[in-house]
Ligand binder design. Structure first.
Ligand SMILES: Cc1cc2nc3c(=O)[nH]c(=O)nc-3n(C[C@H](O)[C@H](O)[C@H](O)COP(=O)(O)OP(=O)(O)OC[C@H]3O[C@@H](n4cnc5c(N)ncnc54)[C@H](O)[C@@H]3O)c2cc1C
Length: 271
């Protein structure tokens, strides 16, 4: 299918993007990599009156170190995250996980910020943001604010972004040097969204985050508490009392079983 008619404007700054959005009365959408938005328009799942193209806003791109944080601009392509030396050196969880985002053609266009703003519950980047204690910076008609990843993902394709707010950059604290990471996902074919996925930080400030199991990335406090007791204990504690969703291919019970096997095997590989 083809998208319905829309107007198009290519903005040059964050301020312009926010202003044009505010003037649109909710009729506009930000266009980043277009890897999710354009298919949605073509299927007429969305019919905005205006696309605000962010691609000329250079201030939104790039990866830098600021003190004890790595800062990733919203418009940074998945491919840049994948090969950036700061990510490889300090955030190996992200370096590994991003290789599982779709295929290289999509990673060349799709953006880190677009993935967080979209908040697909089976996507890798939101889960990593939660596991890495990211803080999401946004700018909107009422000014700037920052939102911890713990409060950002509110449901299926739902975030704490208020109407008209633009995600500008993501600040990720450097993990403790003693921290180790683990990442695993189960997909029907390589490059597909996950049926079940796990992003994990072990050591000080451990975090266990599942994706593809519910309406948002899920932090598993029970598994985190059991991590120090070994892979079997963590697997037994995983997802205890957590509501998991089935999907077209697997029941909720199957997903819980797969997830427990996944965390046990991942921890066995890590120890
Ligand atoms: C075939 C295929 C397979 C894929 N497989 C995977 C996969 O396995 N894992 C995965 O994680 N993703 C996958 N994707 C999605 C891909 O990673 C997208 O690039 C990503 O989810 C959205 O990023 P984008 O830059 O393309 O955003 P866009 O498509 O441009 O935008 C997506 C949404 O986010 C909003 N948005 C974008 N940027 C901002 C911003 N800075 N501030 C506020 N709102 C913003 C847009 O308005 C829109 O609503 C796949 C896509 C395709 C087409």
């Amino acid at each position: 299918m083809k998208a319905s008619h829309f107007d198009y404007v290519r903005v040059q700054s964050v301020e312009d993007a926010v202003r044009v959005m505010a003037d649109s009365d909710g009729e506009a959408r930000f266009l980043a990599g277009g890897q999710s938005l354009i298919p949605a328009l073509n299927f007429r799942l969305d019919r905005p009156g205006l696309l605000i193209d962010l691609n000329a806003v250079t201030a939104l791109s790039g990866i830098r170190r600021e003190g004890d944080h790595i800062v990733i601009g919203a418009l940074t392509r998945h491919a840049e995250v994948e090969r950036h030396p700061l990510i490889a050196a300090h955030l190996p969880l992200l370096a590994e996980a991003v290789q599982h985002v779709a295929h290289s053609a999509i990673r060349n266009r799709g953006t880190f910020g677009g993935s967080l703003a979209l908040a697909d519950p089976a996507a890798e980047m939101p889960a990593c943001a939660l596991a890495l204690r990211a803080v999401i910076h946004v700018q909107g008609p009422k000014g700037r604010r920052s939102i911890p990843a713990d409060a950002f993902f509110e449901g299926s394709y739902a975030t704490a972004l208020a109407p008209g707010e633009l995600l500008t950059e993501v600040h990720i604290p450097l993990p403790d040097p003693a921290a180790r990471h683990g990442f695993a996902e189960l997909t029907r074919r390589r490059g597909d969204y996950a049926m079940a996925g796990l992003a994990l930080m072990a050591g000080p400030e451990a975090r266990v985050v599942w994706f593809g199991l519910a309406d948002r990335p899920l932090r598993d406090l029970g598994a985190e508490a059991a991590l120090a007791q070994g892979p079997h204990a963590a697997a037994a504690a995983a997802l205890d009392g957590v509501e998991v969703w089935g999907d077209l291919h697997n029941s909720a019970e199957t997903k819980v079983h797969l997830a427990r096997v996944m965390i046990r095997r991942l921890l066995e590989r890590m120890t």
